[in-house]
Design a protein around this ligand. Structure first.
Ligand code: F0G
Length: 486
């Protein structure tokens, strides 16, 4: 654990603690709020802190050759730490160069950027599945559906376990291993548990998963089981699982890997770096993120803020959060102008974001304020239509990810987003995570009549046929001709 380089700052009362002083629930002992990782040499708030050295642990820099190692040493060893900033051009060059390396941490889209997350004593030993380096797709049909001139989607579902959680898991689980933990744990709506189970298996560690019984998609449950997790289905919802786990981590030496763990967010900030890199170190006007436990929006915000602070970029995007109408506590809080979040009873078919009492709502509200972002809510029918449209791009995503497109349509419709803006949707999960949802949609069995009222035609137009036919050429040709005639 590289304590000399980073520390934890409470996002509520600004208390600074060393990593080893953090409590097992990652809540501030003084005010109960959550921490974020800061690097005293260059983080935004870190004026008062002692100047550290940025030399990373064992001095390994991966196999990018002697020149790259020299650049890495240059960017990592400030002559005057207090005023030192990494050299932006050197970093850009180094990160690009690592793409050609055969070393596993260089191939990772998280650890490739390790100068911006120096949290490990031995970064070359990070537990990695070559996460990150995900595609930024053009979405011409979705752009048209939303009334935009163009639209991009950063597909975090193209990670090793099929969701954005991998980028955070490689970071936090590697920290757990360096700290000597044998067991890790999470409460989950499915994706965190799949990612944690995979990374724990890679590391030879044991893991405990708490999931709400019957309320997670089969694809995710099957992953946790396959990777060997102790998977307990609790007769409660996600929020109930969080409560039980909070007590377990107090009573048992087990490392909590939910997104209250600030190291998760260090990994989850790297898609922001990838987006900027792909846009030749420009940032989009607007990034739109689904909101569940509400950590990911602030992770991306941190990534964009740190890049700007380091001179890698010159602007900040607006960051907006979209929630499902049935799980909308942040939307309700912001719409009512309240300062405090009131938990709701969550219910949505987008099970990944079926969360009524999100842990990181303060962090989310802060990043929305800082970037002038919006919080919107979308109905079950709007989610289903948007998901089918993303499918028609040949890309697909899980239902929770589709809230981004559904939300964008609303923001465009009332003029909050202009059609000329550069918008990036963050697609958080792979379409195969929840194939039951997809099949129910195409069969017309997903929504109740009341839920689809007014959207019947839009949905019918997106439904794919699945006829059962006799095994005859004529029968198939009849279908084909009917389809061609429209
Ligand atoms: N999209 C997907 C596919 C998710 O799995 C989640 C969260 C989110 C969006 C929301 O992200 O919580 O940072 O606001 N899934 C968690 C889990 C809760 O347990 O897998 P957030």
């Amino acid at each position: 654990m590289n304590d000399t380089v980073h520390q934890l700052r409470c996002t509520g009362c600004a208390l600074v603690v060393a990593q080893r002083a953090a409590r097992s629930n990652f809540r501030c002992a003084a005010c109960g709020d959550l921490f974020e990782v800061e690097y005293p040499a260059w983080s935004a708030n870190a004026g008062s802190s002692q100047a550290p050295s940025l030399v990373t642990g064992n001095g390994h820099h991966g196999a990018v050759g002697a020149v790259a190692a020299a650049v890495a040493a240059e960017v990592a060893a400030p002559a005057q730490p207090r005023t030192w900033m990494p050299n932006a051009s050197a970093l850009r060059w180094l990160w690009k160069e690592r793409r050609h390396s055969a070393v596993s941490v260089d191939q990772s889209g998280v650890w490739r950027f390790r100068e911006l997350l120096p949290i490990l004593e031995f970064p070359n030993d990070a537990v990695t599945l070559r996460e990150g380096n995900t595609p930024l797709y053009g979405m011409p049909r979705c752009a048209q559906a939303a009334g935009m001139e163009r639209l991009l989607a950063k597909h975090q579902g193209m990670n090793p376990t099929g969701s954005f959680k991998d980028t955070g898991m490689t970071a936090a689980l590697s920290v757990a291993r360096e700290l000597g933990f044998e067991w890790v744990a999470c409460a989950s709506t499915g994706n965190t548990s799949a990612a944690m189970a995979a990374y724990a298996a890679r590391a030879g560690m044991r893991c405990l998963v708490l999931i709400p019984e019957g309320k997670i998609a089969w694809g995710k449950l099957s992953q946790a089981m396959d990777y060997g997790a102790l998977t307990c289905q609790l007769r409660t919802d996600f929020d109930g699982c969080v409560k039980v786990l909070a007590e377990i981590v107090e009573r048992y030496p087990i490392y909590l890997l939910n997104s209250v763990n600030p190291y998760r967010l260090e990994g989850q900030k790297t898609p922001a770096l990838e987006i900027a890199e792909e846009l030749e170190w420009n940032v989009p006007d607007h990034v739109i993120v689904p909101g569940g436990n509400l950590a990911n929006c602030s992770a991306l915000g941190k990534g964009f803020q740190e890049m700007k602070r380091l001179g890698l970029t010159t602007a900040m995007p607006r960051i907006s959060v979209i929630q499902a109408q049935g799980a909308n506590p942040l939307y309700s809080m912001m719409a009512s102008g309240k300062e405090t979040l009131t938990p709701v009873h969550a219910d949505t078919r987008a099970t990944a974001i079926r969360i009524g009492n999100p842990a990181s709502w303060r962090k989310a509200a802060r990043i929305l304020r800082q970037t002038n972002g919006y919080c919107e809510q979308v109905s079950e029918a709007e989610i289903a239509i948007a998901k089918a449209e993303i499918g028609r791009e040949g890309i697909g995503c899980e239902p929770a990810s589709a809230v981004t497109l559904a939300g964008l349509k609303k923001l465009v419709a009332d003029g909050r987003v202009k059609k000329t803006e550069n918008v990036v949707l963050l697609l958080t999960g792979h379409t195969l995570k929840d194939s039951e949802y997809t099949i129910d949609f195409h069969r017309g069995a997903l929504l109740k009549d009341a839920e689809s009222r007014g959207c019947e035609n839009a949905m019918a137009a997106l439904r794919s046929e699945m006829p059962v036919l006799d095994a005859s050429v004529e029968a198939v040709l009849r279908e084909l001709e009917a389809e061609v005639r429209g």
